[in-house]
Ligand binder design. Structure first.
Ligand SMILES: *Cc1c(COP(=O)(O)O)cnc(C)c1O
Length: 413
């Protein structure tokens, strides 16, 4: 490497995208830390511990070994041949995060943060969950490490996601239903933050996506980036080059951030994030802050948020509980404004249709969240020549959604 071709003053005025966030946790204007003072010290401690862990080869070795023997990584790339034929254009490939232990990408993050909890000498973990996937991944990591775990979950979600609630309890976690507000994910995050303010000396809060105050968006992205790093390397083996387009669904944005981040400086690779378009573009009918929101503060970070004229967070809707969130990670807001990632929407109906198509064409039940990404990928691939490659992050498996799909169709489950 020629040092003269390294950073010059022009570059340092506008750092390479992979160098973000800056020391204050900013991705351009986005991110940062909007929290009560009680949490500042814990967040500083977390930054310091995370920075030291990153430089510690034994931390990385322990995490890598868990990702291999406990999660089952590396997750394979899979050629969706019959879907490709049905779309009639570019080749469609899946990055199979659905094959991970616990059935989604969430476990990549909870194991990393679980290890950090031990490193900080903390003795208790709390987490929030919507659909229950992050709750299950947190309960799983805590059972593995022998840490007590409390999961905050909106009462409405507790009702909708019974099997996940039971799994968490089986693994020894305590699930606390949240009765405030809309009794869904945003209320669960509020309640977890409240717990953390009172318990921060002993407790680590494992946030489940690339949201929240610095360093969470950076740290969760880093733990999830194993997805994109593997995919990038596997692409060279599978097609001898990088894919033309990479597609992922965006709720809080962690599977997408993990998939995109290792590709952000590959100019030839187009990145496409897919938000939950819900029923329509009308307020309250979707969960697409990047497509329809405004910059604002939610859960300790500055990013695009669905809000009304007074800056109050608006209600959101998606058929998929994992995408049903009014905010989004600050790095996505930055990538959007910088034009590095294109963000689009997929409506409930198209996601449900795609779920069915992937099931029948490929013998894979995709999570309803992931079905949003596949739906967009099918449209995109149809417009491209056959020698091009579209790689989709299949963020999770869809067994968890079968009951809801049966209910929507009026069928027995
Ligand atoms: C939680 C979840 C999502 C949405 O969360 P991100 O942070 O946006 O990745 C997407 N897919 C699956 C399978 C999930 O469990």
């Amino acid at each position: 490497m020629n040092v003269l071709q390294g950073k010059n003053s022009v570059e340092s005025a506008s750092p390479a995208m992979q160098q973000l966030p800056d020391g204050r946790g900013r991705f351009g204007d986005f991110g940062g830390r909007f929290v009560p003072e009680t949490l500042t010290r814990a967040l500083d401690e977390l930054v310091a511990e995370y920075e030291s862990a990153k430089k510690d080869p034994s931390f990385q070795a322990e995490l890598d070994e868990l990702l291999r023997s406990f999660v089952g990584r590396a997750s394979p790339l899979y050629y969706a041949k019959r879907l490709t034929e049905a779309a009639g254009g570019a080749q469609i490939w899946f990055k199979r995060e659905d094959l991970n232990h616990t059935g989604a990408h969430k476990i990549n993050n909870t194991l990393g943060q679980g290890l950090l909890t031990l490193r900080m000498g903390k003795t208790r973990v709390i987490a929030e969950t919507g659909a229950g996937q992050h709750g299950v991944a947190s309960a799983t990591a805590c059972a593995h490490f022998g840490l007590p775990c409390v999961v905050y979950m909106g009462a409405e979600d507790v009702r909708r996601q019974k099997p996940n609630v039971f799994s968490m309890k089986l693994m020894g976690a305590e699930v606390r239903p949240v009765e405030s507000g809309s009794r869904t994910l945003r209320d669960a995050v509020n309640e977890a933050m409240r717990d953390w303010m009172a318990s921060v000396e002993t407790t680590h809060y494992i946030i489940g996506s690339v949201i929240g105050p610095h360093p969470f968006p950076m740290m969760v992205r880093d733990f999830q980036s194993v997805i994109g790093r593997e995919a990038r390397e596997q692409s060279y083996h599978a097609f001898g080059r990088l894919p033309d387009k990479v597609v992922a669904c965006v709720g809080g944005g962690s599977n997408a951030a993990g998939m995109f981040y290792p590709f952000v400086e590959d100019d030839g690779v187009e990145l496409i994030g897919v938000e939950a378009g819900g029923l329509s573009a009308d307020p309250g009918q979707h969960a697409s802050p990047l497509s329809h929101g405004q910059p604002g503060v939610l859960h300790g970070s500055f990013s695009y948020v669905m809000q009304d004229g007074d800056g109050q967070t608006s209600p959101v809707h998606s058929v998929s509980a994992g995408l049903d969130y009014p905010g989004v990670g600050p790095e996505h807001s930055f990538w959007k404004d910088a034009g590095r990632v294109q963000y689009t929407e997929c409506r409930d109906g198209a996601a449900l249709e795609t779920f069915d198509k992937v099931a029948k064409c490929e013998g894979i039940l995709p999570a309803l969240e992931s079905s949003h990404a596949v739906a967009a990928a099918l449209e995109i691939a149809a417009e491209m020549p056959k020698d091009k490659i579209v790689l989709v992050c299949l963020s999770g498996r869809g067994d968890k959604d079968a009951a809801e799909i049966a209910r929507l169709r009026g069928e027995d489950y």
